[in-house]
Write a protein that binds this ligand. Sequence first.
Ligand SMILES: Cc1cc2nc3c(=O)[nH]c(=O)nc-3n(C[C@H](O)[C@H](O)[C@H](O)COP(=O)(O)OP(=O)(O)OC[C@H]3O[C@@H](n4cnc5c(N)ncnc54)[C@H](O)[C@@H]3O)c2cc1C
Length: 602
Amino acid sequence: MIEATKANESIKGAAFIVKETAAQDVFTPEDFSEEQIMMKESVQEFVNREIIPHRERFENKDYAFTHETMQKAGELGFLGVAVPEEYNGLGMPFTSTMLVCDYISGANGSFSTAFGAHTGIGTMPITLYGNEAQKQKYVSKLATGEWFGAYCLTEPGAGSDANSGKTKAVLSEDGSHYLITGQKMWISNAGFADVFIVFARIEDDKNITGFIVEVDLENGITLGDEENKLGIKASSTRQVFFNETKVPVENMLAGRGDGFKIAMNALNVGRIKLAAACLEGQRHVTSLAVKYANERVQFKTPIAKFGAIQSKLATMATNCFATESASYRAAYDIEQRIDQLLAEGKSFQEAELKGVEEFAVECSILKVAGSENAQGCSDQGLQIYGGMGFSADAPMEMAWRDSRIARIYEGTNEINRMLSVGMTLKKALKGEIDLMTPATTVGQELMSGSIEKVTASDVLFGQEKQLINNMKKVFMMIVGSAVQKFGPNLDAEQQILLAVSDILIETYMAESTLLRVEKNAERFGVATQERQIEMTQLYLFEAIERVNAKAKEAIVSFAEGAQQAGMIAGVKQYTKYAEYPNISELRKNIAATVIEENKYPY
Ligand SMILES: Cc1cc2nc3c(=O)[nH]c(=O)nc-3n(C[C@H](O)[C@H](O)[C@H](O)COP(=O)(O)OP(=O)(O)OC[C@H]3O[C@@H](n4cnc5c(N)ncnc54)[C@H](O)[C@@H]3O)c2cc1C
């Protein structure tokens, strides 16, 4: 009932939940080309030279140093990887731009935020929506680091509800310019940006409009003080006040009222890139933690020898591996879609926008999973350091504080969870994915009591694949019944949506991990993937447990009587292994490799 994707069938956004993807169709980090590996190495070299040794300067809120380091990144071309060559960029494919975001971000949240804010929300709105003159004038400078960009959307009264901003843009009497007045807050890079992308409302328009505003403090722009933050200390974050700031009419971005669309689409790209930006942090923290665990002796034993520590190391490595697998899988799907649209004659702007929009569900999933795995990893890392984890003189304290922001910006994780389900349902309504047929079949399976038992299998991942398909069935069972019960009012049932979203997220993450390892086992041999197979099994076991809990929570929240009993029995059956893996053994083995290599090993 969960159909396989046909040969040569292009992969559609969110279709993973109703289809089975073939392992050879996914991109994995092991597929990087030589050129991509060279890029990755040059980014790593930059991080080792320019960022890691300067932890104290970043921690001491040295914003000028962040600016200087950003300029160095610009000199090396890192700021322009996603920008077409005609605007001084490197015009690299989507997976390469993810790779740069991933490896440049690892060791320091301040730099990572400055980099992400500039290259993502500070540059991409003009790259993707600007006209030729705007791109020539602004993108060419932003791509090299001659100028820096910031994105002014949030206001004191308009955070998650971004379209409710009060900032006004009033057309001058002679029609030559707009006068922008309003207050923006939490603006990353505000302290050194040369260009702001500002969202403001014209008259009583339903939607806000985007403007490109050159920073000139003589032109009604005032900056608030640097915010006192929990983490990312050297990322400049300020309020920006506009008081009749004159902006030429030609600096309107796209059309009047297009601002909300621009803001949301810029965030889609930002979300998947944020997931990438959470990866190297996890690798770095895992490596620091295992080094410490190998050296720290208690009870005359290195703490790495204790099962409690091994369990943490295994989880840290496994979750990072899963996030890597899912991030690059989605990035390649986006890249393929972009290439397809370009081949159909679409412009770079259209292709890039539509390509990412197609996979907006995956972008939201990754934003949530990436940020939560990164935070979980730094929390476990801090615990492995014990009291030393709590010391600001050791690196875990900074990692722990820095990782916290990723759950808040680029749309909070609550908003992204609800979006992921909402957008999946919208795709089904529009006929882009067929949720109805498999949901009906699941319903029939339940009613007739004919749910097939998961069977043991000698084929690699034979049992695991059945379980992943069953996770999809659990999603369809609950979503199908909830839609029947609430209809269009399902939007208001946030607690149910959050639970269902976790099922969606776990399914994508577990499946992506399995597909990566299956592909690698096929081409490199099963023996080379022993540990990765174990990580897949561990991730799946934990994912199934979460799906079980979230499914029950959702079911008892809206179903009653026989329907409730039937669905609970269905979940139990769908999530039941034929043969359970020995979880303690899996964790021991995974940790053994991390401990032996004394770093994140993949
Ligand atoms: C360090 C930092 C850097 C930032 N950089 C930028 C930047 O460069 N540019 C920019 O424009 N903004 C930036 N932001 C702002 C950021 O995007 C917002 O903080 C974020 O979107 C959340 O908005 P808010 O803070 O107003 O929280 P709120 O929207 O007030 O949310 C508060 C809580 O309520 C929840 N909530 C809100 N609405 C709903 C709902 N409908 N249903 C359920 N729950 C809901 C949220 O999930 C959250 O848990 C930055 C923020 C920080 C902290």
